[in-house]
Design a protein around this ligand. Structure first.
Ligand code: ZN
Length: 251
């Protein structure tokens, strides 16, 4: 049995721990980049896997399937945060992409992710503001997911679980989402994957450790390049600011 109240509380606690308030829309990638000792890897993990989490005394690593939509990647990252902070069952999780029919721990991680991105009270208030007492339309669902940055399917499941939608609406509301969002004036970024050339990237702790090695002159520059290339950071090895010469003022 999933204790939703407990998971919403955990989601709010983690938001506060990471320096966020309990209810606002979040930039989850920015929040996660502050987690001490965490390496974040974006990688095309295939059709069926959304993400992975590896953790023990020495390693904290989260991988997100970078071929998924931006909104789904945000959800997957929040899901992996549950494993990182609250799941003490194993030190290694490979998580399926499907949002239904999973083990208890996966269901908990999904519910946590939903609350982390769209806290219970905040969503309730926004549903009231956007829909009043009416049944949410597809346009309303899009307005809600755009506000919180929650993926479309995750928003549908959430609205279903809280009784705002019925199961038959799910199929109907899964069609024409991108074109409807565009016509309502929203950016369609939430529904699109990142560019193929950015789908393999490593951020966080690993990079800091390589930089420490470089600064201490502990290994050859060739080895440093090798370590960076292993982490898909060709941009650091070969320079990523050629187009500006590296001297342009960044605004
Ligand atoms: Zn999982």
């Amino acid at each position: 049995m999933i204790d939703k109240l407990d998971l919403n509380t955990k989601a709010q606690e983690l938001r506060l721990l990471l320096g966020e308030d309990a209810n606002s829309p979040i930039d989850i990638f920015s929040l996660v980049s502050q987690i001490e000792g965490l390496t974040l890897v974006y990688y095309p993990l295939g059709e069926n896997i959304s993400g992975m989490c590896v953790r023990d005394d020495k390693v904290k690593l989260i991988a997100v399937n970078s071929t998924m939509s931006y909104g789904r990647q945000r959800f997957s990252l929040a899901h992996e945060l549950y494993h990182l902070y609250f799941d003490d069952s194993t030190g290694f999780n490979v998580c399926a992409k499907k949002l239904d029919s999973k083990s208890e721990v996966e269901k908990r991680a999904d519910q946590f992710a939903s609350y982390f991105i769209a806290p219970y009270g905040a969503l309730k208030a926004m549903v009231k503001k956007i829909c009043g007492t009416a049944f949410p339309s597809l346009q309303d669902v899009i307005a809600l997911e755009q506000y919180f940055g929650l993926s479309h399917q995750a928003m549908l499941w959430r609205l279903l679980s809280e009784g705002y939608l019925m199961k038959p609406d799910m199929d109907q509301y899964s069609l024409g989402v991108v074109s409807t969002a565009r016509s309502l004036g929203y950016d369609d970024k939430l529904y699109r994957p990142v560019l193929v050339e950015s789908q393999k990237r490593t951020y966080g702790y690993y990079l800091k450790q390589v930089e420490k090695l470089r600064q201490k002159d502990m290994v050859s520059s060739g080895k440093i390049d090798e370590l960076l290339l292993d982490a898909f950071r060709e941009d650091i090895v070969f320079g990523g600011e050629e187009e500006t010469g590296g001297n342009a003022v960044i605004d």
